[in-house]
Design a protein. Structure first.
Length: 261
């Protein structure tokens, strides 16, 4: 199995408090305070995923910024969008949602992150059976507002992402795809005894002439929970950059992660 992290590339919040405006900042907001409702949208660029892969699992990960306590009654829902959203989207001019498809989740927990299974959505996107125009996150009758990190959070640890787990078909398809630049990244380090470390390797490509950075992620888990000794890591990852790099494109490489509690 192999996993890849797909970060949100767009995010937006609309509210009837400002019906002809929107909120586009470090946070997205979902819920209501008995007077005003807040709806948020996220978009994930999945174009780097080959169409012939088989998805075993896909999870949306949202990083919480408030309400760190347990309340299983506060239900939130995710719907795929029928239309795109943009900086001109407002509460009075919202994209339509596919009401026949939704995923419910309960984010009011003590954990710093909440995960939602979106395997069905991603599988339909990959197979072109559902247009990938984004998702809507909504909560209708909770009298509570949840705050999550957005796609443009200055703290990169708060950016929402989808973690896609595939079988070996993805690895084979991604080794040398047509129209791609192949990069190898070697990771060397040590994981502490009796612990598990979740790592993300990211290559950012600033595209020449358009001042836009595409990010290509690979995620891995280093499991050393059953050992009383430090675990030495020396592993090489193949990362495909699609579309292929052109003259003037600039790469940056980042490695980050954290121990899993």
């Amino acid at each position: 199995m192999q996993s890849i992290i797909i970060p949100a590339t767009k995010s937006l919040t609309v509210t009837n408090k400002f019906p002809n405006e929107n909120i586009n900042g470090d946070s997205i907001f979902v819920g209501n305070d008995e007077m005003c409702s807040y709806i948020s949208y996220l978009y994930f660029d999945i174009s780097a995923l080959p169409s012939n892969i088989r998805i075993l699992n896909a999870e949306l990960v949202l990083f919480k910024m408030n309400n760190f306590y347990d309340d299983s009654k506060k239900m939130f829902s995710i719907y795929p969008l029928k239309d795109y959203f943009s900086t001109y989207t407002t509460f009075n001019n919202r994209p339509k949602v596919n009401v026949k498809m939704k995923r419910d989740f309960y984010p009011i927990i003590t954990n710093v992150a909440v995960t939602v299974n979106v395997t069905y959505f991603v599988s339909l996107w990959i197979n072109n059976k559902l247009n990938n125009t984004g998702i809507s996150i909504i909560s209708k009758n909770n009298s509570i507002i949840a705050e999550f990190g957005s796609s443009i959070s200055k703290d990169t640890y708060l950016v929402p992402f989808i973690k896609v787990v595939t079988d070996n078909e993805f690895k084979n398809a991604n080794c040398n795809p047509v129209g791609a630049t192949k990069r190898q990244v070697r990771v060397i380090g040590t994981v502490a005894e009796d612990s598990q470390y979740e790592a993300i390797i990211n290559i950012g490509v600033n595209r020449s002439g358009i001042d836009h950075t595409d990010n290509y992620y690979v995620a891995d888990e280093y499991n050393n929970l059953l050992s009383g000794k430090p675990l030495h890591i020396d592993k090489t990852y193949n990362i495909a950059i699609i579309p292929k790099e052109k003259v003037g494109d600039v790469e940056t490489l980042d490695f980050y992660g954290s121990y899993k509690v």
